[in-house]
Design a protein around this ligand. Sequence first.
Ligand code: GLN
Length: 482
Amino acid sequence: MLDKTLAELAQGLATGEFSSVELTQNYLDRINAEDGKLNSFITVTPEQALAQASAADQRRAAGNADAFTGLPIAHKDIFCTQGVRTSCGSKMLDNFVSPYNATIVEHFNQAGAVSLGKTNMDEFAMGSSNESSFYGPARNPWNTDCVPGGSSGGSAASIAGGLTPAATGSDTGGSIRQPAALCGITGLKPTYGRVSRYGMIAYASSLDQAGPMTRTAEDSAMMLNVMAGFDPKDSTSLDRPVPDYTLTLNDSLKGLKIGLPKEFFSDDIDPQITIQVQNAIREFEALGATVKQISLPNTHLAIPAYYIIAPAEASSNLSRFDGVRYGYRCEDPTDLEDMYKRSRGEGFGEEVKRRIMVGTYALSEGFYDAYYKKALQIRRLIQQDYVTALSEVDIIMGPTTPHPAFKLGEKTADPVTMYMEDIFTLSLNLAGMPGISVPCGFANGLPVGLQMIGNYFAEERLLNAAHQFQQATDWHTQTPGQ
Ligand code: GLN
């Protein structure tokens, strides 16, 4: 039961093979038995989960169930959950119990989903390995000496380890796609504005986007059906109709035009990753797609631009954590300034402080034009690269990450080597377009992710292509320990 997809579990609930309470109890038992090794949850909520499951069973008995009713999921601990600790992976919010639900949490509750708990993450979503979490790193189920990726590392590890069938994630520069790739699962970053950001603790507001993390593309379509849509509480959410993403999964890929950017196939990539990605592309050709070389000439500027823009926005967003209204407050402050300084100094971890300092510097008088404004200009160039490329092809493909999962501690000493792991993911956040990572093979026994990128609101096409690939291959069905 624990290796099943959401779609299979929904079937089991519908036919009465098992109840939501039985299903939920199974996952809770599994979390109890296995999460000591993986550390993929920060908070498990068994009582709430069983209450939701029993309500879902009653709803089904009354004939009011819909597609998601009774299905267990987990939420990244960046999403506010009413009455449940919402830590964002930080000591700063270790004592914060949210008084309200994020819009997407509300959507899942209304659909009758069961929340098993809150998953581990890099502190304030800053990181690519889950090692900056105040609660210690989550571990990769394929090799527990390795990182699961980040920042949604707990969500990815819990799915790959069979502790939940699906989870929510957030992606500011790759945090859904990169851990999905490293843990051998499917992860979708939707178009900016497709999913509400209300109640998702802000890191870099112009880049942050919530999305699904699942075993399969079909499951991501089911999740996105619940998550997507306009939210009057989020001024950047877009008022566009939400299609049923499951209806187009079986469309034919005949004539699909795939673009391969030469910048995504450089020598710096693990050669085994390149081989797996090339094999995957051949699979698409067999499904009727055509392939063309393209160029995204400003790719090399994405990391420098992102690491100005994201910290700049973070330095502003994180100014609200000052020890006054909620969150961590230092012991016995001598005066107001001492309280601010020590609450922030003691409450934030090293990486978060680094970002706040870089961001504050980039926005300061005299440097604003040289750094922040320049980064915004580069952002526009990168966006134009994608717009141009996607006027010629339907989907851009390449590796999600340059390397498979790396060892814990391997990249913590030098932040820049860590930042480089997002080379293929973060340009997409600068452009605002959607991208999905699907498992496409193994390198040294560790999963490899294929990234597919589409134009604004091309989620249907991406999920369709990913689903067709998964119908033709079985990488997504492999589980650790097999
Ligand atoms: N690794 C990137 C960063 O640290 C992206 C993280 C994310 O997408 N939240 O900013």
